[in-house]
Design a protein around this ligand. Structure first.
Ligand code: F6P
Length: 349
């Protein structure tokens, strides 16, 4: 019986992807499998683009950010004959299994292919947003939070020197995980997230309360997906690039920090500046925690492949690596629960 597995990385890149690739490849090579890299996510299976993944190819990549396989937001379900081409490429390449490393979009395609075509796929949960269900944490998130926290720390000293309000816009798409965690860690004075939208008026009131207490600078962390919400009940989503969407239907977010900063300055009279962290949050080397998590996920995915148990995803429950169904993991996004936001709120104002 042949033993040939493909690995792909899809969606936005994040630190730790190479650590997963290394772990999967090392373990499956040791178990006698041939390992093939698939280029640029699902696009590689649509177009038949591969890279070898021998032991030499995965040597030295553990601390490297990005993905040696490249990535894309290609959705085969949105392309003419996309799914047929994926199935044909897979068959023609004599692959027996696939490890798909991605977030809700990449794994959503994997779940559907498995449900509709019994496609032999195993998933690994990746995203800086930490918004994937059925796992406590995705790898990449810890690194993004560390980068955002360091930025908040640095902004503190300059905010204090100039008596300014500093607005920091972080990523996270439609969930506020990065904002809440980095905001708690960095001691933010106000945190605005999509799940628990504080009004602009309340945010300004917190800043004014702080100034009355004698603190003449403030740090405001805002998640890119926060809708500007007003006490009148009106709300407004700020999106970049003419609300462009990708093949998964996502609006390109970004810009809320700028609008919010102008609102705060106009309403409070305090000089306000904005910093948009953007893709810095996804770049560079993974934290030790993400390297370890990615490695554990990779080994579990390799084990599932070796045992030919498909339609599953490696997940973290508490401190244990478990497997869950891809269907469960992609059924809905994981939002920030109220008790997490309450931890953040305890330090507002
Ligand atoms: O999903 C990860 C993420 O970084 C989001 O936080 C962000 O909204 C989006 O990807 C940005 O996408 P792109 O890399 O296409 O600009």
């Amino acid at each position: 019986m042949s033993h040939k597995v493909g690995i792909l990385t899809g969606g936005g890149d994040c630190p730790g992807l190479n650590a997963v690739i290394r772990a999967v490849a090392r373990r499956l090579h040791a178990n006698g499998w041939e390992v093939l890299g698939i280029r640029e996510g699902w696009r590689g299976l649509v177009d038949g683009r591969f890279s070898p993944l021998g032991l030499q190819d995965v040597s030295g990549i553990l601390p490297r950010g990005g993905t040696i396989l490249g990535t894309s937001r290609t959705n085969p379900y949105k392309l003419d004959d996309g799914v047929e081409r994926v199935l044909a490429t897979f068959r023609d390449s004599e692959l027996d299994a696939l490890v798909a490393i991605g977030g809700e979009d990449t794994l959503g395609v994997a779940a559907r292919l498995h449900a509709e075509h019994e496609f032999p796929v195993v998933g690994v949960p990746k995203t800086i947003d930490n918004d994937l269900s059925a796992t406590d944490y995705t790898f990449g998130f810890d690194t993004a939070v560390s980068i955002a926290t360091e930025a908040i720390d640095r902004l503190h000293t300059t905010a204090e020197s100039h008596n300014r309000v500093m607005v920091v816009e972080v990523m996270g798409r439609h969930t506020g995980w990065i904002a809440v965690m980095s905001g708690i860690a960095g001691g933010a004075d106000v945190i605005l997230i999509p799940e628990h939208p504080l009004t602009v008026e309340d945010a300004c009131a917190e800043i004014e309360r702080r100034h009355e207490r004698g603190k003449d600078f403030s740090i405001v962390v805002v998640s890119e997906g926060y809708e500007l919400t007003y006490s009148s009940g009106e709300s407004r989503m700020v999106a970049g690039e003419a609300r462009a969407t990708d093949q998964f239907g996502h609006v390109v977010l970004g810009g809320v920090g700028d609008v919010l900063a102008r609102e705060i300055e106009a309403r409070t009279g305090f000089e306000t500046r904005v910093t948009v962290l953007g893709h810095v949050q996804r770049g560079g080397t993974p934290t030790a925690r993400d390297r370890v998590l990615a490695t554990r996920y990779g080994l579990r995915a390799a084990q599932l492949v070796h045992e030919r148990r498909f339609g599953l995803m490696a997940a973290l429950h508490g401190d244990k690596i478990v497997d869950v169904s891809l269907a469960e993991a992609t059924a809905e996004i994981k939002t920030v629960p109220p008790d997490w936001y309450e931890v953040a709120r305890a330090f507002f104002g």
